[in-house]
Design a protein around this ligand. Structure first.
Ligand code: V47
Length: 367
């Protein structure tokens, strides 16, 4: 890395963070050059505690991936398939409902639905998935469809992004997950996912969703062909949109898993890279309330540790996960809520079970 900071500069950064002053692009880039992980952790922890005190959040949710058929075939993805592949699948509405109906039995308050960009499914299929799930489970929150999927629906049905989102909202869509953001840089998208929506388009979809009152998350897929500068530019673009709309709830850095992808030669991210990315995200994204460690991708041990490095949310129980597990994840696909509570308590934080919109369901105070 080319840029490094002197001790004096570090003091300056510390003072800026403590006085709530915004860090610049250059400072973000330079922070990646710091190997004093405890310094970064202390700063990120300071910001985390200012925002959410000693709380660490989780929810009880169930993931559903409707289809793995995808016309995009991104180089970093091991989940997607061509329509004629033996492992290609598309769930019928009945199958979706079967899975969805398991959710309340597991105590879940959220369905998290994301899928491939299927070549033939009509927009009505997705509308029906949402409306039927909502009809069957009126109390469950449906967080579904990445900005990339919304952009694709708009193309296949010939409607504007706003019209697509309005129809989905009317059908029962509650909020949007943060996937598909990858790295916004056109260079990186050209190398890894040239067929999917551009970074500008992803941001445009989110802007429109927020204008319609739909809240969303945001992600960054890191540890493949991007540079540190491109990571920071990604964060700055999210910060700028958040200044405009305030519609993002949480930011989730996603470490790249290379197995079974076209980028299988790339090595997995290291613990230092993961922890730096959590802390620097916490420091740059001063207008985001929550930084989430998706334990499925980060691993349970690092996810627990991240609670001292700027993270305040561990995502949820998940139940069934295909995207990371296709790419070699060694984590379980599911976790009991009691285990999330144990991990959080053991880190000295107060576990808070939340719903999708961060309304508190239960605070696990010490008995
Ligand atoms: O968009 C794909 C990423 C995302 C790989 O919003 C990969 O709360 C690592 O966005 N290695 C889907 N990552 C998952 C996602 C998500 C997960 C949990 C919570 C939320 C939320 C969102 O996974 C994709 C892509 O960026 N991805 N392939 C891979 N090989």
């Amino acid at each position: 890395m080319s840029t490094t900071l002197t001790t004096i500069d570090l003091k300056e950064i510390e003072e800026k963070v403590i006085s709530g002053e915004r860090l610049s692009r250059d400072e973000g880039i330079a922070l990646y050059g710091i190997n004093d992980i405890l310094f970064l952790g202390a700063l990120a922890r300071y910001v985390k505690e200012k925002k959410t005190g000693n709380y660490a959040y989780f929810n009880v949710n169930r993931h559903i991936n409707l289809t793995n058929v995808c016309i995009s075939r991104c180089k970093f993805c091991a989940f997607s398939a061509d329509k004629d592949d033996l492992h290609a699948y598309t769930m019928t509405l009945e199958e979706v409902l079967d899975r969805a109906l398991e959710a309340p039995k597991l105590g879940a308050t959220e369905l998290h639905i994301v899928s491939g960009l299927h070549s033939d499914l009509p927009f009505d299929y997705y509308l029906e998935v949402i409306s039927e799930c909502k009809k069957a489970l009126p109390d469950i929150h449906i967080q579904a469809f990445t900005a990339v999927e919304i952009d694709y629906f708009a193309q296949i049905i010939g409607l504007s992004i706003r019209e697509v989102l309005e129809k989905l909202k009317e059908a029962g869509l509650g909020s949007m997950p943060g996937g598909g953001a990858e790295i916004f840089s056109g260079r990186v998208r050209g190398l890894t996912c040239e067929k999917k929506a551009s970074g500008e388009r992803w941001l445009e979809v989110m802007r429109t969703a927020h204008e319609l009152g739909l809240r969303s998350n945001a992600t960054m897929l890191y540890g493949h062909v991007e540079t540190i500068e491109e990571r920071i530019d990604h964060l700055i673009k999210l910060r700028e949109l958040q200044d405009e709309t305030g519609g993002f709830q949480s930011f989730i850095p996603l470490p790249f898993h290379p197995d079974n992808t076209s980028l299988a030669d790339i090595k997995r991210t290291t613990a230092f890279d993961d922890m730096k990315t959590f802390t620097i995200s916490r420091l740059i994204l001063d207008n985001f309330d929550h930084i989430k460690a998706f334990w499925i991708m980060v691993g349970l041990k690092l996810a627990q540790l991240s609670l001292d490095f700027g993270v305040d949310d561990l995502d949820g129980t998940v139940v069934e996960e295909k995207i990371t597990h296709s790419a070699g994840a060694q984590t379980e696909e599911s976790i009991e809520k009691e285990e999330l509570v144990r991990l959080i308590k053991d880190a000295g934080r107060t576990p808070v079970e939340r719903d999708t919109l961060y309304n508190v369901i239960k605070i696990y105070k010490e008995e």
